[in-house]
Write a protein that binds this ligand. Structure first.
Ligand code: NAD
Length: 264
């Protein structure tokens, strides 16, 4: 795709910022995975909150009151996440890592697509769908087989403990704390970065949404890619409106070209 005029200028500015950076951190949301076929939560028409009440199905109080509503809601997301493949935007971030620019990824996604693409390290602020914990004895299970079974049969996964309690997938629900060590590692990465590359996040869910502010406060430049405006656009150094699957590979390709040109 060709980007002309203002878009072309903004892309050139993003390329220049990334090319001269030494420590880039990517912060990704559901929008990087919509091109892999997993709907986000908030996009008009297609977002998952169009069809479900988040506080009934995806809060920890809702889960305790009626776990079956949570499992019914998460079943299609689990199916899509299990079968989805990383897309060109995920692979472009891997390329940026291989170019020595990207040092880590912080993601709100639970779909494990950055890890499937080969990126490392990935700080998963909201957990991931591929492991689960017993709500009574807290035994942890690598849940890919259990989740696969649940997706296929609809039977809620249970622990092998005396109570045979429900296994809760290790995703962070509304009202739950973020995993402490992961959040600390993410904040440390942000404090050390010189560029925060924000891709496909509505930046509406705290405390993850505070990450761009932390980056800015520590003197980093912020680049935002999103189909729509976010509340943080005013403080970003570059805002690019468009599809992550077009913009991210395009920008990374140009960074690669700029780096090769500078060593010749
Ligand atoms: P969100 O649904 O709040 O917002 C997604 C954002 O991405 C929107 O602002 C939208 O405009 C933008 N977007 C959608 N498609 C895009 C594309 N192709 N290119 C560029 N931008 C695009 O998502 P969020 O901010 O990540 O929300 C946080 C919550 O959603 C998290 O708790 C996360 O766990 C959960 N979630 C995760 C997944 C997943 O793992 N794939 C999917 C849905 C929701």
């Amino acid at each position: 795709m060709n980007f002309m005029g203002d878009d072309g200028e903004r892309i050139a500015r993003a390329v220049s910022i990334l090319s001269s950076a030494s420590n880039v951190v990517a912060f990704t949301g559901a929008g990087i995975s919509t091109p892999s076929g997993i709907p986000d939560f908030r996009s008009p028409d297609s977002g998952m909150w169009e069809k479900a009440d988040p506080f009934r199905v995806a809060s920890i109080t809702g889960f305790r009151r009626d776990p079956s509503a949570f499992f019914e809601w998460i079943r299609p997301l689990a199916r899509l996440s299990m079968n989805a493949k990383p897309n060109v935007a995920h692979y472009a971030l891997l390329k940026l890592e291989q170019l020595g620019k990207l040092k880590s990824i912080i993601t709100q996604n639970i779909d494990t697509l950055h890890t499937k693409a080969g990126s490392n390290p990935v700080h998963e602020l909201h957990g991931q769908i591929s492991s689960a914990t017993c709500i009574t004895c807290y035994k942890k299970f690598p849940a890919s087989d259990l989740i696969r079974q649940f997706v296929e049969t609809g039977h809620i996964p249970r622990c092998d403990c005396e109570r045979q309690s429900i296994l809760k997938p290790n995703v962070i629900l509304f009202g739950e704390q973020l995993p402490f060590e992961t959040l600390q590692a993410a904040k440390k990465a942000v404090r050390a970065c010189d560029v925060l590359f924000v891709i496909g996040s509505s930046l509406e869910v705290a405390p993850a949404s505070e990450i761009p502010l932390l980056a800015k406060r520590n003197g980093a430049k912020v680049i935002i890619i999103n189909l729509h405006a976010t509340d943080f656009d005013g403080m970003a150094d570059v805002v690019l409106k468009g599809d992550a699957a077009d913009l991210v590979p395009n920008i990374v390709k140009q960074v690669e070209t700029a780096l090769h040109a500078s060593v010749q």
